[in-house]
Design a binder for this molecule. Sequence first.
Ligand SMILES: *Cc1c(COP(=O)(O)O)cnc(C)c1O
Length: 389
Amino acid sequence: MSAYIPYGRQDISDADIQAVSDVLRSDYLTQGPAVPAFEKAVADYCGATYAVAANSATSVLHIACLALNVGSGDWVWTSPNTFVASANCALYCGARVDFVDIDPRTYNMSVDALHQKLEQADKQNRLPKVIILVHFAGQSCEMREIKALSNRYGFKIIEDASHAIGGKYRGEPIGSCRYSDITVFSFHPVKIITTGEGGMALTNNERLAKRMQLLRSHGITRDVDEMTHTPDGSWYYQQIDLGFNYRMTDLQAALGLSQMQRLDEFVAKRHTIAKRYDQLLAELPVITPWQHADSYSALHLYVIRLKLKEIDCTHRQVFEEMRAAGIGVNLHYIPVHRQPYYEAQGFKAGYCPEAERYYAEAISLPMYPGLTEAQQDKVSEALQRFTTK
Ligand SMILES: *Cc1c(COP(=O)(O)O)cnc(C)c1O
């Protein structure tokens, strides 16, 4: 094992390797039985009716927006504290994106800021069609409150739960879609479980599930009920929409299905690591992650904020010193509205002050199930060295 400690990494067992090699020896590398089996396992785990697997969460976000009829003239709102994919999906559909500032404790979209922005947008007749909520670091947004706002203002809800499979909100699995139309998971190797690349949509709405199934595979159907006329023969299929090749392979799905067996174990291990960090860092000039009482986080990330007034060096210096010491710290996230592509659409510094303040202080520490106590000690000792000189 290299001395370098990454911020996140996959955990692959012999059983995972066996599951993938079984597919390699089988008849189907793609469009076989592993994808529906993986979909069923995730749907059952979450308590949702339908699951649609795809080749990435980015693809799923795209077809989720299309299934909700996002198009030109529509507004989609999201959090600035996310990966760019949460906003880009709306632009793919020709819609416009706006950002709602974050809560200073959870770093999720602020319910107060959302409420105020909705009141204003209502007066200006530019209410959003869809709001994409990001469960940052694996901690659920305040879904009950946001669902109440959706009932009042008429927007649809996509949960970008890329960080959050295995987490809970008010005792129920994230992905149940009790408070949303669609929930999206990512299976990138740094996330909670992995398929190499991959994503999945969960929904309780049959129409949305069917539309996403169609869009992930060219808009082609083999279902006679969906065709405009009876099939020309047994070879026949129809393209009835404009879709993509966003399919997940059976190799990926077999890995995902095998990883599902250890999902709860992975999240429990992340909690053990987080508790230990909380203790190790208690006396340092940093703010450790705050947990909402309604939430059981999947703890994808462990983000600290530097109390810069109590530290002699800059945020950047601490970050670079940690990297130089072989600790793969990271920064989640550069506020999306500060990306040049979004600034070109008119967003300026100061648009989401809470997210920008957060960005100036945040550091993601290494967090993954295989992180050892010795590695954690190394992280906390380095952080102590660089923040208290
Ligand atoms: C990782 C991530 C994505 C994109 O996931 P991919 O599977 O890599 O496409 C989208 N949103 C958030 C919040 C993410 O962390």
